[in-house]
Design a protein around this ligand. Structure first.
Ligand SMILES: Nc1nc2c(ncn2[C@@H]2O[C@H](COP(=O)(O)OP(=O)(O)OP(=O)(O)O)[C@@H](O)[C@H]2O)c(=O)[nH]1
Ligand code: SF4
Ligand SMILES: [Mg+2]
Length: 436
């Protein structure tokens, strides 16, 4: 039996004359690949093209007919476009910004998004500005009706978008990066714990505090346990008593140290062997120094950051290094994807600010964004520190990362920040299971 080549299928959809065929040419890097013409309705049927997109792999691109032709023939064309959407892994909605601005509506795009979401399909927005609006999204006038319309359509959904000129080949690499960074290839899902052997024990450190819900584990802990069990790896859960481990009484510290190290040594010597320790990031001040050098460790938060960002961990590791250049008075955004009860030593509002201000020996300006839409004006921040983001979909999280990347604002996560604040060896070791 011949082996089918796995190709990612991308559909370019939108209104007539939005620049869909021009986009295909831009993706393929060839000017006359598809017919491009100012006559609306130039593409009359879905055109299939096979190309290799660097960083994504072999792709099948479906250049489709515009969905805004209202006639008997238009209905037939629209039907074909919707079939292309059904087939595609990812739809790129091409929007002619000028046209939308004149018509003052994005109803057609709304309808497409509605259909895509109903079908559980991925979508990205490409804003083709026809060279008439500033390219930097931050420079678009807030009173601009297009921006307003886009917010109405996209505000809640958080669909990643990019502004480009579809007929300008200098945008090719930006376009490819944008797709690469935001497309979650479901055919090649990111492994939650990619470097594990199919054998051995993984020790999960679950400190539990006042915020820990009763009768269940947190989602990242549950996800790790499920991943391990599915692969016949033995999860061992250990409740570290942080109050004891950090106590001023050395006897209590020693008691906890012995309890932990006895278990670690026992697991190490067992026939299965100890492959990895995954700790709650809050215990990064304890676990690295109590763990033998030959045992790998990471944290649930770093595991989630890698998984939710679809392997974009390196961007966040770069982000955390900005900590060294932060000075008193700088503005820092601390963001969590859900809101929850906050107890006295809350990680986002208390621990991270305290550790950060101690390091720089001065006061910082913190903004907190918990469970609400991501702030639009990111330029005011020197650094964004985000939680593991287990409660929102990957696309929304990727959009946050992409927005930070496009605005050049360093972005990192709680686990990376806490590991980095210990020392550079700790972060190096903690990211190793994900970045080889
Ligand atoms: N100035 C300018 N013109 C553009 C841009 N993108 C596309 N065009 C022009 O817009 C017209 C329509 O572009 P196409 O790529 O054919 O648009 P389409 O969405 O494929 O249109 P249909 O096939 O009719 O649905 C062509 O004349 C393109 O040269 C752009 O970024 N700037
Ligand atoms: S979304 Fe963030 S704050 Fe909420 S439970 Fe998950 S990691 Fe914690
Ligand atoms: Mg076309």
């Amino acid at each position: 039996m011949s082996q089918k080549t796995e190709r990612d299928i991308l559909a370019i959809i939108g209104r007539t004359n939005a620049g869909k065929s021009s986009l295909l040419n831009l993706l393929s890097g060839q000017e006359n690949f598809a017919i491009v013409d100012p006559t609306p309705g130039t593409t009359t049927d879905t055109v299939v093209t096979l190309i290799e997109i660097h960083g994504i792999g072999p792709c099948k691109i479906l250049d489709t007919a515009g969905v805004d032709e209202y006639s008997e023939l238009g209905d037939k064309k629209r039907k074909k476009t919707y079939q292309a959407i059904d087939e595609a892994d990812l739809s790129l909605i091409m929007i002619n910004v000028e046209k939308v601005r004149q018509a003052n509506d994005l109803e057609i795009e709304k309808e497409l998004i509605h259909y895509l979401r109903y079908k559980g399909k991925q979508v990205l927005l490409l804003l083709n500005d026809f060279g008439k609006i500033p390219l930097n999204p931050a420079l678009i006038n807030e009173a601009d009706n297009f921006q307003e319309l886009l917010n109405q359509v996209n505000g809640e959904l958080g669909i990643p978008s990019i502004i480009l000129h579809a007929n300008d080949f200098s945008y090719q690499s930006q376009l490819v990066d944008f797709i690469k960074n935001n497309y979650i290839n479901r055919a090649k899902p990111v492994d939650l714990l990619p470097s594990l052997n199919d054998k051995g024990i993984v020790l999960l450190i679950v400190p539990m505090d006042e915020e820990t819900p009763e009768l269940r584990l947190l989602r990242p802990q549950e996800m790790a346990v499920e991943r391990l069990l599915r692969n016949y790896i033995v999860p061992v859960l250990f409740r570290l008593n942080l109050a004891k481990a950090r106590n001023s009484d050395p006897l209590l510290v020693n008691e906890e140290y012995e309890r932990y190290t006895n278990l670690v040594n026992h697991l190490k010597k067992s026939p299965e062997g100890l492959q990895l320790i995954i700790t709650d990031s809050q215990a990064f001040d304890i676990i690295p120094k109590w763990t033998p050098d030959d045992v790998s460790f990471t944290s649930f938060s770093i595991m989630m950051a890698n998984y939710m960002s679809h392997g974009n961990l390196e961007f966040m590791v770069e982000g955390v290094q900005v900590v060294d250049s932060i000075v008193p008075g700088d503005k820092i955004l601390i963001a969590e994807s859900c809101n929850h009860d906050r107890k006295c030593d809350d990680i986002g509002t208390v621990q991270i600010p305290r550790i950060f201000e101690k390091k720089i020996a001065g006061k910082l300006n913190f903004d907190f964004n918990f469970g609400s839409p991501f702030p639009e004006d990111l330029k005011q921040y020197k650094l964004i520190i985000h939680c593991g983001s287990c409660m929102i979909d990957q696309q929304k999280y990727l959009n946050r990362i992409e927005t930070a990347r496009q605005t050049n604002i360093p972005f990192t996560n709680y686990g990376l920040f806490l590991a980095y604040m210990q020392n550079k060896e700790v972060i190096k070791k903690a990211v190793k299971p994900f970045i080889q």
